[in-house]
Design a protein around this ligand. Structure first.
Ligand code: UD1
Ligand code: CA
Length: 453
């Protein structure tokens, strides 16, 4: 017996006021439905079944053939959605039903549910106790605490409306019971919808035991509006930050630190307020990120210090320091103990160990060796208006301040470029290159012209 996950995500999401499918709206850098997909993958080996309808192209082009699709062109209710999926459900499987707009459920909770599930209870509804149950289906139980039925908000009487135990929408049912009973659901209710919730009453009346499994309030949070999207994001962000703190990362004012879920951070790294860490960023041990960095898809090794900088798709080796106000653009690769200082931009370049560009430089399309000094204001002139070209600066070379390296050009080992040079030809090893006009002095010139009198 295996587990089949079925995810309902055909609904319109009217309250998002968006052209985008509701479940494709992002929480911490990923569509909310991706979190549900990740849980499905973690608890089951089978491809999940997604029931899609409204804006289904967006979901299908995102997940491609990673999931199976069932089309629900007319959204006649949650029960109707499962009726359409019935043919794809194997009667020997157990089925976990999740909602695409309920992304805060955790894999650990589902695993606990599966562990706790007693073999004699083939049906379990995930429920929660909430302060304000308005809008949710209420769990009606009898005097012994046994499940009776679920009543939707719009069908509930005054007494039922007072019930605070609510249906999360998520449930765990044997495939066999779904196949045998799902077609018995009718739309005989105030919304004229086929309610999935009616299945449980039908199963109960067939003599099946229906269990309820409590989950925390923040795991059932559904996203129907932009406000709820932000509420859900806050919960997710807090979980991610707590995970890193539990792993030995110091976060100062974590509520101001935005870390996406796939980011990796090593022990004893300290992160000051207002940092944004996105995508597949991987940060080593003992790093310090002072305030105000944005780091995207970048690998940072141990003992690196970064101040107020923007790093994208780059690699930074050990003990390197960056910033303040530096920009590493894609495909920058910095070696060990490199220094990238104030207002330096690096793009598609390699810098070897111990090399430095400390102030106000543009290093674009450069291949720079070890122990190279790039002076203040150096520009790698990499673009002739049509083509990008590379400059090569070999080990121990020195590029004087305010020089231009007009690519393609090579500075050989220990080549020395005098300050203010515009270098258009290769510089041999151990040589000085001066490529500027010689200074001229005209004595008494201002007095003769009465210029500054
Ligand atoms: C549903 C439950 C309610 C529960 C609540 C929890 C029913 C009848 N009610 O109500 O008991 O407390 O969720 O959030 O099940 N969907 C489809 N096809 C449809 C209708 C909905 O795929 O025809 C999908 C939606 O995209 C969404 C999910 O099912 O992901 C829930 O639908 P929604 O209309 O939001 O249900 P609720 O009224 O919130
Ligand atoms: Ca809902």
């Amino acid at each position: 017996m295996s587990l089949q996950v079925v995810v309902l995500c055909a609904g319109k999401g009217t309250r998002m006021k968006s052209e985008k499918s509701k479940v494709m709206h992002e929480i911490m850098g990923k569509p909310m439905i991706e979190y549900v997909y990740e849980i499905a993958k973690e608890v089951s080996d089978k491809k999940p079944i997604f029931i899609v309808g409204h804006a289904k192209e967006q979901i299908e082009s995102y997940f491609k053939d990673k999931v199976e699709y069932v089309h629900q062109d007319e959204q006649l209710g949650t029960g109707h959605a499962v009726i359409l999926a019935e043919k794809k459900i194997n009667e020997n499987d157990d089925v976990l039903i999740l909602y695409g707009d309920t992304p805060l459920i955790q894999a650990s909770t589902i695993k606990k549910l599966i562990e706790d599930k007693k073999d004699d209870t083939p049906v379990t509804i995930l429920t929660s106790m909430v302060d304000n149950p308005f809008g949710y289906g209420r769990i009606v139980k009898d005097i012994n605490g046994d499940f009776v039925k679920i009543v939707e908000q719009k069908d509930a009487n005054d007494e039922e409306k007072l019930i605070r135990e609510i249906n999360s929408g998520m449930s765990y049912i044997s495939g066999k019971l779904i196949k045998e009973n799902i077609n018995k659901i009718t739309n005989n209710n105030n919304q004229k919808e086929y309610y999935l919730t009616d299945l449980f009453e039908i199963l109960k009346n067939n003599g099946n035991k229906i269990s309820t499994f409590f989950i925390e309030q923040d795991e059932i949070m559904g996203v129907n509006s932009r406000t709820q999207l932000e509420d859900a994001r806050k919960v997710m962000s807090k979980r991610i930050n707590s995970f890193h703190m539990d792993n030995g990362v110091t976060l100062i004012s974590p509520e101001s630190i935005y870390i996406e879920k796939d980011v990796v951070i090593g022990r004893d790294t300290i992160i000051y307020p207002n940092n944004i860490l996105r995508g597949k960023t991987d940060i080593g041990n003992n790093c310090i990120l002072y305030a105000g960095n944005e780091i995207v898809d970048t690998v940072i090794k141990d003992n690196v210090t970064i101040r107020t900088s923007f790093l994208e798709e780059s690699y930074v080796d050990e003990k390197t320091t960056i910033g303040p106000y530096a920009h590493l653009r894609p495909k920058s690769k910095l070696g060990k103990k490199v220094k990238i200082g104030n207002f330096v931009e690096v793009k598609n370049s390699i810098m070897g160990n111990n090399s430095k560009a400390s102030h106000l430089a543009y290093v674009g399309d450069g291949d720079i060796g070890d122990n190279v000094n790039i002076g203040c204001g150096v520009v790698f002139v990499n673009y002739d208006g049509k083509h990008k070209n590379r400059s090569i600066v070999k080990d121990n070379a020195f590029i004087g301040s305010n020089s231009n390296l007009v690519a393609p050009v090579t500075i050989e080992e220990k080549g020395y470029v005098a300050t203010g040079s515009t270098v258009t030809d290769n510089v041999p090893a151990n040589s000085l290159c001066i490529a500027r006009a010689r200074q001229v002095i005209k004595a008494g010139w201002t007095a003769k012209k009465k210029l500054l009198d």
